[in-house]
Design a protein around this ligand. Structure first.
Ligand code: SF4
Ligand code: SF4
Length: 382
């Protein structure tokens, strides 16, 4: 155990939460991590106050999933408190960061923001961008480019940007590094006068939506709902005798338009959707939230198994590639919603699951996708 001192500001917030908390344990009973460290929220808060310290494992076990926030009858936001503690650690206790997995995050982020793994294909007259994000680009360049083709057939002059939104750095609480990364992205939006960014990842949706005030962020799902699924795929999966449990990713738990759009798309495709008992705003984390797969892998895997076991069918569908990876890691047959539209194996009804991918394979997929995009888009003078 490595305890760290907390700043006065953070301790004041902990104290405030402790005063307001009635210890009803509603948050505690749904939280994937608090039970590991205490017998109640009040006990946890009190021990932080008494010691002026916290075991660094605790804030880095919080999946930032927001379940506690939506459930608390006293409007206490424990997620923000644990996140503020992360930021506090970065400001005051930098020497203990690397051994909670920050080296892995830095490796990912340094590469993601390097010219090898990021590329902007921006038409000067374009005001809209498709931003597939890291996870989807690491899964399938074919799906990214087919999605872009679909968007081009419906939206004039849309551009394509392979870049990271910086969420891993943001989640860790390293605000200096995040601001350095994000300012480049924001500059690109402003420099090109971009007014709409279409995202395929719920984390990009949250990150860009809360850090770029001049752009409108829309999920791909709302856009597909507007233009419709390709004609040849309407009701295409009606004859498939499989139910797919639909997992809603936690970053968009409060986005009812996104929930509706995803269900509309799956229904249009003829996919038989089975709801989790805890769905939409009540959805539970897949275990990959808050970078806990890196900072407390054992706990993250426990949560992944729990969520996977809540599915009522053998097959799962979701609309976040990081959630797909989590579910695949516990042997659940899992598809991304885009697989139904652009994955040849799925369209040929050969198989209804993604394959697990090694880390090296993911980086090489990302690299090859950018190379392929350069070849095809530059040849077509985007
Ligand atoms: S955000 Fe999620 S993991 Fe963190 S304290 Fe709340 S319920 Fe627990
Ligand atoms: S739900 Fe709110 S009031 Fe109840 S134990 Fe949790 S923080 Fe305290």
């Amino acid at each position: 155990m490595h305890k760290i001192d907390l700043s006065k500001g953070v301790l004041k917030d902990v104290n405030e939460n402790n005063k307001n908390c009635i210890n009803c344990k509603i948050c505690f009973n749904s939280c994937p991590m608090m039970k590991e460290y205490s017998s109640s929220p009040k006990e946890l808060l009190q021990s932080i106050i008494d010691n002026g310290m916290i075991d660094k494992k605790i804030p880095y076990s919080c999946m930032l999933c927001d379940v506690c926030t939506i459930k608390c009858p006293k409007d206490i936001n424990l997620k923000n408190m644990f996140y503020d503690i992360r930021k506090d650690i970065f400001e005051n206790n930098l020497n203990i960061i690397d051994d909670i997995g920050y080296k892995t995050v830095k490796f990912h982020q340094t590469n993601s923001f390097s010219p090898i793994f990021s590329k902007r294909f921006i038409n000067k007259t374009s005001k809209k961008i498709f931003f597939p994000g890291c996870s989807l680009s690491s899964y399938s360049s074919d799906i990214v480019l087919k999605t872009y083709d679909y968007l081009k057939s419906n939206i004039d002059n849309i551009s394509l940007v392979f870049e990271c939104c910086g969420k891993p750095t943001l989640s860790m609480g390293d605000m200096d590094k995040f601001n350095e990364y994000y300012s480049k992205l924001d500059f690109m939006f402003n420099e090109n006068d971009i007014y709409e960014v279409i995202v395929a990842c719920p984390n990009c949706f949250k990150t860009i939506g809360s850090h770029s005030e001049n752009v409108k962020v829309r999920t791909l799902w709302e856009v597909i709902k507007e233009y419709g699924v390709p004609k040849e795929l309407q009701d295409y999966y009606k004859d498939v005798n499989l139910g797919f449990s639909l997992h809603d990713p936690c970053p968009v738990r409060n986005e009812s338009k996104v929930h509706e759009s995803v269900r509309y798309i799956l229904e249009s495709l003829g996919v038989k959707v089975v709801e989790f008992d805890k769905n939409k705003e009540k959805s539970e984390c897949c275990g990959s939230g808050g970078m806990v797969k890196v900072t407390n892998k054992e706990l993250a895997n426990k949560q992944t198994r729990k969520r996977a076991n809540e599915a009522k069918t053998e097959n799962i569908v979701t609309y976040c590639e990081a959630c797909c990876e989590s579910m695949l890691s516990v042997e659940k047959q899992t598809l991304h919603i885009l697989d139904f539209m652009f994955n040849e194996d799925v369209i040929n009804k050969k198989k209804f699951t993604q394959d697990k991918k090694s880390t090296i394979k993911k980086w090489s997929t990302r690299y090859k996708g950018i190379k392929l995009a350069k070849k095809t888009l530059q040849a077509n003078k985007l």
